[in-house]
Ligand binder design. Structure first.
Ligand SMILES: Cc1ncc(COP(=O)(O)O)c(C=O)c1O
Length: 386
């Protein structure tokens, strides 16, 4: 663990020893085997699919470790978003992470369509009725977050996927804030696709390759943005001009994978191999319950934005305060690592794998002291990016 109290696993998880060891192992292969290392690295991403499938509740062929959320969204939208007649517009939420909105805007623009955003009634959460209201015969595809990155509101993937499908649209999910924090059942939920990153609760390190899920019912489609790494393995090195898509999600790979970064994911996934994801989720809820109780009791001037209902809560707790930025910086200066989201949210992620109740009590105690003394106002907040 880094020194101090680390509560930022929803932004960048800590480094598992198994990730460190896997990177060293792959570095060693590069050093001693050079190009011959490719015999081993060639199918590395595919070897991770069973572990990713377990995390996402999907068949190994429905998932692949590749790209970033942004790149994977573009690849999936290029293939699945097919505006036809009146059914041509895209739908997302007004509280989505910006990159999701930018990617959806790009595709709406390319097709001369609109990206509609489901409004938020309170600026922090999305009401499910507003999704129903926004759906209609002119919506072709909907992208939703499994958990909102600011407030931590969680959505029911199966229920809302069914709502979207009833209206005749496709639905995809951004699972950045749920993968590795709770179990998923993507295949059974009927969702058409999902994207995620691996640097948060999966602990695969800065810039680790993300991943995507494509439901089996879409595996007959050829990816619209093809590259040689999405070719079937058997014929990839025949180097012909004929693209033969790999089976399933693997066809959405494009170029040569970043092997050293993939190695960190390979090592990080070992932690989840024998883990009961329901137990992990139960522990996460225990920790966020404790944090919410402590905040209610000791920090009345910081409003808890995160839903209290377990079914509607992700893995982090967000506290609202006009001086959140200074409070975040002051906590960091005291060895407690939260993060801050503009303009007024302090996010604390007690991660089931490594945080404790004592750490939460200490964090709340320090926050109380800062609010009482006002000393956070003296901390320099310039230059920080989170
Ligand atoms: C919900 C969500 N989507 C997307 C991203 C970032 O996407 P990418 O991996 O393409 O940088 C983040 C990053 O924190 C996120 O929280």
């Amino acid at each position: 663990m880094p020194p101090g109290i680390y509560l930022d696993g929803n932004s960048l998880g800590v480094m598992p020893l198994s990730a460190h060891q896997a990177v060293l192992r792959r570095l060693g292969e590069w050093q001693t085997q050079a190009v011959s290392g490719w015999d081993e690295w060639f199918g590395l991403a595919e070897t991770l699919s069973p572990a990713l499938g377990k995390l996402m509740g999907a068949a190994p062929r429905e998932v692949i470790a590749t790209g970033s959320i942004t790149a994977n969204l573009h690849a999936l939208l290029a293939t699945l978003y097919r505006p036809q007649g009146e059914r041509r517009h895209l739908l997302a939420t007004a509280l989505d992470f910006p990159t999701d909105v930018y990617a959806m805007q790009s595709w709406a623009r390319l097709h001369g369509a609109e990206l509609r955003l489901i409004p938020s009634r309170d600026g922090q959460t999305i009401h499910e009725d507003d999704l129903r209201l926004a759906l209609g015969p002119d919506i072709a595809l909907v992208l939703l977050p499994t958990v909102l990155y600011r407030s931590g509101q969680r959505f029911d993937i199966a229920r809302l996927s069914a709502v979207v499908h009833q209206q005749g649209a496709l639905v995809g999910w951004d699972a950045a804030h749920s993968i590795g924090a709770m179990p998923h059942d993507l295949h059974a939920s009927g969702a058409d696709f999902a994207v995620w990153c691996s640097y948060k609760y999966l602990n695969a390190g800065p810039g680790a390759p993300g991943g995507l899920f494509l439901h089996q019912r879409h595996h007959h489609l050829a990816p619209a943005l093809s590259g040689w790494w999405g070719n079937e393995k058997e014929t990839q090195f025949e180097m012909t001009t004929q693209f033969r898509p790999a089976p399933g999600a693997a066809a959405y790979q494009q170029g040569t994978p970043p092997v050293l970064a993939l190695a960190a994911l390979e090592g990080a996934l070992e932690i989840f191999e024998d883990l009961d994801l329901h137990a992990l989720r139960a522990r996460s809820l225990q920790l966020t319950d404790t944090l919410i109780e402590l905040a209610d009791l000791h920090l009345p001037e910081m409003r808890v934005l995160t839903p209290r209902d377990h079914a509607r809560r992700g893995g982090h707790v967000s506290l609202l305060h006009p001086e959140a930025r200074a409070l975040s910086a002051a906590l960091r200066a005291r060895g407690i690592i939260p993060d801050y989201r503009s303009p007024d949210i302090l996010r604390l992620a007690p991660v089931a794998l490594y945080n404790t109740e004592d750490e939460l009590r200490e964090t709340v105690r320090v926050l109380r002291g800062l609010l009482d003394s006002g000393s956070h106002r003296e901390v320099d907040v310039s230059g920080a990016v989170s």
